[in-house]
Write a protein that binds this ligand. Structure first.
Ligand SMILES: *Cc1c(COP(=O)(O)O)cnc(C)c1O
Length: 491
């Protein structure tokens, strides 16, 4: 008997010495807390040297390596060469900074190793709780459904799939798209994120069904042009099927006239989807919420907790008005997923009935911790402050003769550029400035193109970023701008 007991667990991956693992675990946790606490003392980003890169080109380890050794490798070779979005100087693309509470929750979720595909368990109830909170926040009805996904790209794809089910009927799941699908058209502004075209592609509709609608000087959809385009397409026998509104465009944070779009969608029987990846959680701020009016009329809303919500990656969310249609789009009849009234197979419907994933992690936990610990009010104040910082940066730029503000700052994104000297290649100059600023480790802006001009883009998404940080960016842009121009004249 004793022999048998000893054998049990011999190939388990649990440690023989739990105390040693515990000490090492505490050290790892402390190191990450130190990293966050002292993040301002680090460069925002630095390129990884060649010898560090080469250390990742080794064969699969056959023998054991002590945890402490691997952790040291992480500290030496991984941590210093990450993108740096937790740093307050990170303003590139649209990245959340993450908050320590979400990191701790992620550890708990991994310890529980919960599989949120379904079954009768409270972790699924946590996800349903977030769905109810989001339903209330965005003014969706009680029959609306929600599901955590990787990000808005996947949430948008889910929305397109559900919209497709409404138009084509459930038979689309077995028979594919009907022939008349060739005449379906969708409408979204030029400023819409590329994930929308990708979703049309992946849903089998083809990205060419997207009628690209022009934008105004604020990067908002041109509603008159949209209406004219719709009339032309209807007259030509097309079937308008979906309309996208942006609650914060990726380039400039522009908010489309959501109520006008909702009116147009309902008068044409179109599915109204809102891309709120970056801006939807502005709803938490009493100052920003009124600007999102009309979001409550969407058939579907895609947004990210990992951007303004500061939940660690990844945490996207799809909210669908017609929860039943959402379920009918994805529910599976596989025997091994059979539901019961009681026992572990109870608690239907399951999250796997609302998306393509079966096994899925406990993303809901880090959002649940974040929303509770900080509360809606403090989250809203943090979100409003990122907009105030962006507005302040915009004012500095507008008053500086060497700089040009390319779009009025409407939310938390600032697009600007160095004017350069007469005759200079201004696009090349600004691209070089951005690389120089990134390499300096002082700040990390990115670039985009606004009305054909290369722009320096500063997205203030991180809760840590304050006026001092955007001033560092501004000074660095001016300094490298002068240096690059002097270098060019001398060279
Ligand atoms: C970031 C972003 C997306 C894509 O979201 P992911 O979470 O990266 O998949 C889509 N739309 C907008 C406006 C975004 O800012």
């Amino acid at each position: 008997m004793d022999e048998q007991k000893k054998e049990c667990g011999q190939t388990s991956l649990d440690p023989q010495d739990w105390d040693s693992l515990r000490r090492q675990g505490h050290r790892m946790l402390d190191d990450m807390l130190d990293y966050l606490q002292n993040i301002r003392q680090r460069p925002v980003w630095q390129p990884a040297p060649g010898d560090v890169r080469r250390r990742f080109d080794v064969a699969l380890p056959v023998a054991e390596t002590p945890l402490a050794t691997v952790h040291q490798q992480f500290l030496d070779d991984v941590l210093p060469y990450a993108v740096g979005n937790p740093h307050p100087g990170f303003m590139g693309w649209v990245h959340g900074g993450g908050a320590p509470v979400g990191m701790l929750a992620e550890m708990l979720a991994a310890g529980l190793n919960a599989n949120l595909g379904g079954r009768n368990q409270i972790p699924v109830e946590v996800e349903r709780q977030i769905t109810r909170w989001m339903r209330d926040l965005f003014g969706f009805p009680a029959s609306a459904s929600g599901v955590f996904v990787t990000g808005t790209s996947m949430a948008t794809l889910i929305a397109v799939w559900v919209a497709r089910t409404r138009l084509a009927g459930e038979s689309v799941r077995e028979q594919g798209l009907p022939v008349e699908a060739k005449r379906w058209t969708v409408y979204a502004s030029r400023a819409t994120h590329g994930s929308f075209a990708h979703a049309l592609d992946l849903a089998g509709l083809g990205a060419d069904c997207w009628r690209v609608v022009p934008v105004d000087a604020h990067q908002c959809i041109d509603v008159a042009a949209l209406k004219a385009g719709l009339q032309r397409d209807l007259a030509a026998g097309f079937q308008p099927f979906m309309l996208i509104g942006n609650a914060g465009t990726v380039d400039a944070g522009a908010i489309d006239a959501l109520n006008s779009l909702a009116d147009i969608a309902s008068s044409h029987g179109m599915w109204f989807h809102v891309d709120g990846a970056l801006g939807a959680l502005g709803m938490l701020s009493p100052e920003i919420a009124p600007r999102l009016a009309g979001i409550e009329r969407a058939d579907s809303l895609a947004f990210d907790f990992h951007k303004w919500g500061q939940v660690p990656y990844d945490a996207g969310f799809a909210l669908i008005r017609d929860g039943e249609l959402h379920q009918r789009t994805f529910v599976s009849r596989a025997a091994y997923l059979r539901r019961e009234q009681e026992g572990l197979a109870g608690g239907s419907p399951w999250p796997c009935d609302f998306g393509p994933d079966l096994s899925r992690g406990f993303r809901a936990l880090k959002a649940w911790f974040t929303l509770q610990v900080y509360g809606a009010q403090r989250m809203g104040r943090m979100i409003a402050e990122t907009c105030a910082v962006a507005a302040w940066l915009g004012e500095q730029i507008a008053h500086h003769e060497e700089l040009e503000l390319l779009v009025p700052v409407s939310l938390n994104i600032v697009c600007f550029r160095h004017r350069g000297q007469d005759g200079a290649d201004v696009d090349a100059l600004n691209a070089a400035i951005v690389v120089a600023v990134q390499n300096s480790g002082l700040a990390a802006p990115s670039t985009t193109t606004i009305q054909g001009k290369l722009a320096i883009r500063a997205a203030i998404v991180n809760h840590r970023t304050c006026r001092q940080d955007v001033d560092v960016l501004l000074q660095a842009v001016l300094r490298f701008g002068r240096q690059l121009q002097n270098g060019r004249r001398e060279g």
